[in-house]
Design a protein around this ligand. Sequence first.
Ligand SMILES: Nc1ncnc2c1ncn2[C@@H]1O[C@H](COP(=O)(O)OP(=O)(O)OP(=O)(O)O)[C@@H](O)[C@H]1O
Ligand SMILES: [Mg+2]
Length: 304
Amino acid sequence: MITLTTIADVRAACDAARAEGRRVGFVPTMGFFHEGHRSLMRAARADNDFVVVSLFVNPTQFGPGEDLAAYPRDLDGDRAAAEAEGVDALFLPTVDEMYPEGARTTVHVAGLTEGLCGASRPGHFDGVTTVVTKLFSIIGPSRAYFGRKDAQQLAVIRRMAADLDLPVEVVGCPLVREPDGLALSSRNTYLDADARQAATILSGALYMASEAVVRGQRDAAAIRQFVVDTIAQAPQVRLDYVEVVDAGTLEPVDHLTVDTLVALAAFVGKARLIDNVTITFPAGVPTPDLGVLTASSGPQEAEH
Ligand SMILES: Nc1ncnc2c1ncn2[C@@H]1O[C@H](COP(=O)(O)OP(=O)(O)OP(=O)(O)O)[C@@H](O)[C@H]1O
Ligand SMILES: [Mg+2]
């Protein structure tokens, strides 16, 4: 695995790979790798000839008062993990490399970025779409891999790629969970033991809500209220939002008839965590997709 820090060097490496007829797969990350990141690297490795992972804690997607300075970092561990997943190139730009003096351009996706996390993190998605556009332009991937933990981000990136005719296939990958259901996140490292225990209520509430849908519940307001009430039982958890939305447009739905995303964000201890479940309706039968549990989960799989 080569490590590159300049735009010129990573662009040259990707140009050289393409000149040999190799297809470039790309995984953008902020580092502190866990099994979620590694699952994206594996998917990219399986589908492409030259795999590039970027590791950039992008300051423009953090709001004032958010955790930019505290964001966890482990460059040696990340390098070893990427190497073990067969990554070809790790791109590690500095902030000055990505945002030189004088930059004035922002990519903004309207509508899809306003609700859910966009409402409580103004400007966050502009930071994401701008940096991802830059990274796509630098790396020129045939395919780029994003996790379904960040369901709104995936929808926004898909919309952006379509609207701007970007020549990249945006691939959504399953949400990876801890054995007890907690969605893996680099920010889970902020949780102390009590907060870590309390955080399981998030996936537990979503799991029970999706079971209610399987049993016949179709009223979005009732599902939303169930999740709110369930999480209210955990005093350490402060809900930011719970929304029941169309999985494609992210517009709120009243009645579940289409593929539906139940998405939430909550403050637990020092962390702001997100989670979601997608409920699809193939031939009228609702099927929840809560994601995948990590290999160590074993027989606990059904417990929530
Ligand atoms: N549990 C997960 N399952 C699948 N993909 C994930 C998971 N967590 C993160 N990803 C994906 O990894 C990519 C890089 O995300 P990022 O580096 O922000 O990690 P993160 O765990 O989301 O960190 P944080 O929660 O602090 O934002 C994104 O596409 C994200 O959706
Ligand atoms: Mg993230």
